[in-house]
Design a protein around this ligand. Structure first.
Ligand code: AMP
Ligand code: ZN
Length: 495
């Protein structure tokens, strides 16, 4: 099938042609593990997952790598060369405070590895809850930066050899942006625009020792730093950008990869610097063939920030902090994927309600067809008109609203057999991933199914007090109670 994506590198929609089809190599800038992931982060990660699932539906074999950044992030990452305080240390301090108030998260908050592992575990749990496939490939495809220091040092050594990097008078190793004529091509932040610290993008303190204000840090010797490794340039730690160049090359095993993703804030300096580093080593005309960036998630129209108190983690949303009642993970996933990735997404309580009703419709249809088909399911491929139209919309730069439009129109009009419909729906859900894993009783626990039976028996015996009590018990367990011709059934409330 024809697929085209918007490539940030060329600012154009381009036909998608991976280097070695049917293989697609994809690298996603993953989370910093200094805190719980927020729903904005997860918008970027759900996008990467949808992209992978769509490419798999289209017949590709996707090798996906998403890193875990557990070192190198400073509080002033927006500066070309980084700076400020180490975020891992700050995270440890926060955990220490929570330990004081009785909520012990880790044994020793002064140990950055324990702090990182705590937030990695939380991330993997959230990612599995939101059905991110890559989370099932942890740790093989989800590398921790601290486990790839040797590869980073290898790249830095090669960059120095090839005169793309130098040791400055302050002892740190910097990338020499003037040695790489394509610097600025991705973000538009070309060197002439960056001279003189345009836009506050360079750190004044480091200027005196650098050749150009936009030169960025590769290695910082600092023996007192909380995480440190020996190196030819002194005991210290790597810059943030070199981590992704190293892990992408090492884990994808290629000098040129097919797709690289990240949020819009990753464009500069992070991805610009990744390109300069990787191409500086490989001399290839490209690092990633396609660069894809998700726009930010906003909350009720405003930027998400702690100070505005509109900052939500996945757990906050699922526990009901936004809507006042628990939310099914499939509803949050649907909410995060339904807006086109190149538009800002506005996260609202109303949006969650709409997503709950969309997921409910898909689940009801699956349940209905499953009952009707009695275990049969047709083998469906992209030649099917509905699945084909759904996929074609996604092939158009992931036009999700077009694809969902096809799915819901079909649900309201389609007259095919149950087994065929179920086959189509399951393939659509291979991308959406909002149906329960098993439809047996629609995910109703055996104890609840027993209560439904008992409720019918109580009603038949005119024991209305028991019937009312049972109904309340089922509802209190998070289910809706429905009376059907076949008797009482229950289904999980979504939001
Ligand atoms: P971080 O953990 O801060 O490195 O962010 C992880 C990923 O989430 C990066 O790709 C960011 O670009 C992305 N990201 C951060 N905030 C948002 C947001 N509000 N909306 C969408 N993506 C975001
Ligand atoms: Zn990255």
């Amino acid at each position: 099938m024809d697929i085209q994506f918007y490539n940030t590198l060329t600012n154009r929609i381009e036909p998608f042609q991976p280097g070695e089809p049917p293989l697609v190599t994809m690298y996603n800038c993953g989370p910093t593990v200094y805190d719980f992931g927020h729903i904005g982060n997860f918008r970027a990660f759900v996008f990467a997952d949808v992209l992978r699932r769509f490419l798999e539906l289209a017949g590709y074999d996707v090798k996906q790598v998403m890193n875990l950044t557990d070192v190198g992030h400073m509080t002033e990452d927006q500066l070309a060369d980084g700076g400020g305080l180490d975020k891992m240390q700050l995270a440890g301090q926060r955990l220490k405070e929570s330990k004081k108030s009785g909520k012990a998260a880790v044994e020793n908050p002064d140990d950055p590895y324990q702090v990182a592992q705590f937030f990695i575990d939380a991330f993997i749990q959230d990612a599995k809850t939101l059905k991110l496939k890559v989370a099932n490939e942890y740790p093989q495809r989800m590398p921790r930066a601290t486990q790839h220091i040797a590869k980073m040092q290898d790249l830095i050594r090669k960059l120095i050899e090839k005169k793309h990097a130098y040791v400055a008078s302050d002892g740190a190793v910097y990338y020499d942006v003037q040695s790489f004529p394509d610097y600025g091509k991705l973000s538009g932040n070309t060197l002439d625009k960056l001279i003189g610290g345009a836009g506050g993008r360079v750190d004044e303190a480091a200027q005196s020792s650098k050749k150009h204000p936009a030169d960025f840090l590769l290695w910082k010797p600092d023996p007192r730093h909380i995480m440190k490794w020996d190196s030819p340039w002194g005991t210290g730690y790597p810059g943030w950008h070199i981590e992704c160049s190293a892990m992408a090359m090492e884990l994808l095993g290629r000098e040129v990869i097919d797709i690289h993703t990240g949020g819009e804030d990753n464009l500069f300096p992070h991805h610009e610097c990744e390109i300069a580093q990787t191409r500086g080593v490989t001399d290839c005309p490209q690092f990633a063939r396609y660069w894809m960036h998700t726009r930010f998630l906003l909350v009720e129209g405003e930027k998400m920030s702690k100070s505005k108190r509109n900052f939500y983690t996945v757990r906050d949303v699922l526990e009901g902090k936004v809507s006042g009642k628990p939310v099914d993970p499939a509803v949050l996933r649907y909410e995060l994927l339904k807006t086109h990735y190149r538009s800002n997404m506005n996260f609202t309580a109303k949006g969650l309600e709409d997503s709950a009703s969309a997921v409910r419709k898909l689940r009801d249809a699956a349940e209905w067809w499953e009952r009707e088909a009695g275990g049969a399911i047709a083998e469906i491929d992209l030649n099917h008109p509905i699945l084909g139209a759904f996929a074609q919309n996604l092939g158009d730069d992931l036009n999700m609203s077009g694809a969902l439009g096809v799915a819901f129109k079909w649900l309201s009009e389609w007259k095919g057999s149950a087994a065929e419909s179920l086959g189509v729906l399951k393939k659509i859900d291979s991308v959406l991933a909002v149906l329960p894993d098993s439809h047996a009783g629609s995910g109703v626990e055996p104890a609840i199914a027993e209560k439904c039976k008992a409720l019918d028996a109580a009603r038949a015996g005119k024991d209305f007090a028991s019937a009312d009590r049972l109904r309340k018990e089922i509802q209190d367990a998070g289910y809706e109670v429905m009376t059907t011709k076949q008797g009482t059934t229950a289904r999980k409330k979504l939001a």
